[in-house]
Design a protein around this ligand. Structure first.
Ligand SMILES: Cc1cc2nc3c(=O)[nH]c(=O)nc-3n(C[C@H](O)[C@H](O)[C@H](O)COP(=O)(O)OP(=O)(O)OC[C@H]3O[C@@H](n4cnc5c(N)ncnc54)[C@H](O)[C@@H]3O)c2cc1C
Length: 503
């Protein structure tokens, strides 16, 4: 779990004699293996008025799968996997929906990214998952939206859903699909995790496991050289050029993950499904040519993998361990890239922040609505070219806890507004093409409802009211969450009790 939400309790890097408090961790978890066990846990929590938590892998960046004094259903061991060779789902033409006929993967909600990709690959298929091999597909990833290296090609994780099995807040088991309980299906597909019901399995579209072209580019700047200022000028010129390529790259189905500061840039990797290294070289040529002309110190390698699975496992495994950064992020819309002045301003701010030790970390992805059924994915995603983050180092050293909290405050109070100012202002205010990814945005944005849910908010509130009128399912900054508050702990990281909010 993100270290910030553990409230520095039981820190394994701390002094052994320091008292270890449970703090914001849940008190009990039921390791469920069937829907009936989930229903029984709900019944127990309701009867005894116990704080209730839904927990899968615990990867959540916003602490939504933990909570002081909480009783969790732990869905991690719901590991069933089944290929459906040919599923047929009818779309409603009146809603502009297209039908789907093709292969699918049905998986239990404890299935993690690497398990899903591995199982699909054995059948010559691939599913839309994220970069992290241990994030669960059916939990926060799909219900929160889910961006993927395949996102420019196939859309968001939430766009892939065909059917859910769900335990509802009153303990009944229902199917949610475009035809059955379609409002629940709509909300579970991108409207925020742990809010409308507990998913026990999801069925998603699967695609052929095609060859993938890729690239890995690094740039290093020696800033101790006498000509360091020229090195930096040339470097930032190439960073700007790289950004100008993103709209075209993503519109042809390519995804990329990259990060940079003043001394280094890493593109690791670029993912081009059903393309070759030759295609990738051609697409990156203007950038590489510029680096050659300016004498930038770079290295570039281009790859050809026989399948998405082999490409993905090469870069994704073994997966990250521990916390290593904290930050804020925002969706960067196409118009910022299309307008040279806006792009220059955007890069200019990063350049200033890089001088202060802030990293940029980004995922280039343009998940247009390529699949059939209506869902609750934040509409701003459809206008996005990259999910862009400003990151600062996180230290696990418990003696630096206060400093880390101050850093989080700096991220929220200084970096987030700055990022908004160069990516087109707050969502709403007549502009719904703006927004933030609710799974990866930072803390306490006062505009979180507009930023995370956009125009879908009102309908999501109606779905929440219908399926969970008592607000059993609760997580910070999710739909309906303002009905409760953590007493005495506005940030939610302490030992405070979860109570009905005082109006
Ligand atoms: C290292 C790392 C890399 C990441 N990479 C990506 C990426 O490439 N793309 C991307 O989109 N995101 C990525 N994420 C973010 C990730 O999608 C979120 O952290 C997500 O919330 C994790 O979901 P989980 O179910 O695995 O985790 P958990 O922390 O267990 O749960 C997250 C949320 O989902 C709810 N939930 C869990 N299971 C269920 C269920 N069965 N039914 C209903 N609600 C449930 C929980 O209550 C909670 O609100 C990454 C996160 C990390 C830590």
């Amino acid at each position: 779990m993100e270290t910030f939400w553990q409230n520095n309790s039981c820190n394994p890097f701390g002094d052994r004699s320091t008292p270890c408090e449970v703090g914001n961790m849940i008190s009990y978890a039921v390791n469920v293996s069937a829907a009936a066990e989930i229903a029984a846990t709900i019944h127990f929590a309701r009867t005894h008025n116990v704080r209730f938590v839904v927990r899968n892998t615990g990867h959540d960046f916003n602490g939504r799968s933990t909570g002081a004094g909480g009783l969790a259903v732990w869905t991690h061991h719901l590991k069933s996997l089944e290929i459906i060779q040919n599923i047929e789902m009818k779309g409603d033409p009146d809603k502009g929906e297209q039908s789907y006929q093709g292969p699918a993967l049905k998986m239990g909600s404890g299935v993690q990214g690497v398990e899903a990709e591995h199982f699909a690959a054995d059948a010559g298929l691939v599913v839309v998952g994220g970069w992290c091999p241990s994030v669960g597909i059916a939990g926060g990833f799909t219900q929160g939206g889910g961006h993927s290296p395949l996102g420019s090609q196939f859309g968001m994780g939430a766009d892939q859903t065909l059917e859910f099995q769900v335990v509802t807040a009153n303990g009944s088991v229902v199917t949610a699909s475009p035809q059955e309980n379609s409002d629940l299906y709509w909300a579970l597909s991108g409207g925020g995790p742990g809010t409308y019901g507990i998913v026990t399995s999801v069925t998603v579209r699967a695609y052929p496991n095609m060859p993938v072209g890729g690239a890995f580019v690094s740039i290093t700047n020696d800033l101790s050289l006498p000509n360091a200022s020229t090195v930096l000028e040339n470097y930032w010129a190439t960073i700007q050029t790289w950004h100008t390529l993103l709209p075209n790259l993503t519109s042809t189905g390519i995804g990329a993950t990259f990060s940079y500061n003043n001394s280094l840039f890493y593109l690791i990797p670029l993912t081009a499904y059903n393309k070759t290294s030759k295609d990738v070289r051609a697409a990156l040529k203007p950038w590489i040519d510029q680096m050659d002309t300016l004498g930038v110190n770079y290295s570039a390698s281009f790859t050809d993998f026989p399948s998405y699975y082999s490409h993905w496992t090469t870069f994704a495994l073994p997966g990250p361990v521990g916390a290593y950064w904290q930050g804020t992020s925002r969706l960067v819309p196409t118009d910022i890239f299309d307008d040279p002045t806006s792009l220059e301003k955007f890069i200019g701010v990063q350049r200033k922040l890089a001088d202060q030790g802030v990293y940029a970390g980004a995922t280039a992805v343009a998940p247009r609505k390529l699949t059939g059924f209506a869902n609750a994915v934040l509409p701003a995603w459809r206008n996005t070219v990259s999910l862009f983050g400003l990151l600062t180092d996180w230290s696990d050293d418990p003696t630096r806890w206060e400093e880390m909290q101050e850093m989080q405050h700096y991220v929220d109070q200084e970096l987030r507004p700055l990022l908004k100012s160069v990516t087109g202002g707050t969502a709403g205010d007549g502009n719904w093409a703006r927004g933030s990814y609710l799974n990866e945005a930072s803390g306490d944005d006062p505009a979180w409802k507009q930023e995370f849910f956009g125009e879908n908010l009102q309908r999501l509130e109606e779905v929440k009211q219908r399926w969970d009128p008592d607000g059993l399912f609760w997580g910070l900054r999710l739909v309906g969450s303002e009905a409760r508050e953590i007493r005495g702990q506005p940030t939610g990281i302490g030992n405070g009790r979860l109570c009905k909010a005082e109006k």
